[in-house]
Design a protein around this ligand. Structure first.
Ligand code: ADP
Ligand code: MG
Length: 259
């Protein structure tokens, strides 16, 4: 089966400065990959590059989504084709309610990827049912549906609404950038349950995190450690526990010794 995502020798510049210096990564359907690493190592740069943010310039290498090179795809096209990005700092969209935003996004995705019956716009009652079900999953008060997106939301509410988007859109590739940051333990558990409910054999997940904590709730199949724009080390879930215990400095040292 064609992998969900293949990244080959990816080099990325921001404002003329090289941040990613040769990333290789393959994510197959059903796999959860965690990317960990110190602040400033390039984790969000990878997320922004996958999102198609024009500030992030690919200077070398390629990104294949389901075997297709996505270099020329604009951010909205990537989203419609099933790539979902949850950002470290979600933006507020005053004047657009959560429900309207989600219905518009869902319909755009269905038009793009839908086969047969699924290609139709979702009916209002059907959409309401879907929203209610997913909002319950994320323990969001029903009033959230009619509130303006992220406008005045607390940090934890923003993150839960991000995962609500993911649950409603049902993407094939989800990139979650520090979805755990700023969450207390209860919110972290709710958000993780939401992610676990969406996880499954048809989705690849890239979970970016500075801390090991969220990996107690969401079990990755693979862990990659980003240091200075490269994966210095990759391994299984045990690697996250090792990092929890020893921090990141020992990898930097080993990396320097190897040069
Ligand atoms: P992480 O998410 O691992 O903390 P980032 O990808 O945010 O790391 O940042 C990696 C490096 O790229 C940092 O040195 C940061 O200053 C730089 N960088 C990231 N985004 C931008 C930007 N929009 N403009 C300028 N520099 C940036
Ligand atoms: Mg970051």
């Amino acid at each position: 089966m064609t992998p969900e995502l293949v990244i080959k020798n990816l080099h990325v510049q921001v404002d003329g400065k090289e941040i990613l210096k040769g990333i290789d990564l393959t994510i197959n359907q059903g796999e959860i990959h965690a990317v960990m690493g110190p602040n400033g190592s390039g984790k969000s740069t990878l997320a922004n590059t996958l999102a198609g943010n024009p500030k992030y310039v690919v200077t070398e290498g390629e990104i294949l989504y389901k075997g297709e090179n996505i270099a020329a795809w604009k951010p909205d096209e990537r989203a419609r084709k099933g790539i979902f990005l949850a950002f470290q700092y979600p933006l507020a969209i005053p004047g657009v309610t959560v429900a309207n935003f989600l219905r518009t996004a869902l319909n755009a995705k269905r038009r793009e990827t839908g086969t047969n019956g699924d290609a139709q716009a979702i009916s209002i009652p059907e959409f309401r049912k879907l929203m209610t079900q997913k909002m319950q999953l994320l323990k969001l008060d029903p009033t959230f549906a009619t509130r303006y997106l992220n406008d005045g939301f607390s940090g934890g509410e923003k993150k839960r609404v991000e995962i609500l988007q993911m649950a409603v859109l049902n993407p094939e590739l989800a990139v979650l950038d520090e979805t755990d940051s700023g969450l207390d333990i209860d919110a972290l558990r709710i958000v993780s349950e939401g992610v676990n409910a969406v996880a499954g054999p048809n989705i690849g997940i890239l979970l970016i995190t500075h801390y090991q904590r969220i990996l107690n709730y969401i079990k990755p199949h693979f862990v990659h450690v980003m240091i200075s724009g490269k994966f210095a080390l990759s391994g299984g879930p045990d690697l996250a526990l090792q990092l929890e215990e020893k921090g990141y400095d020992w990898i930097k040292e080993d990396d320097a010794v190897g040069k």
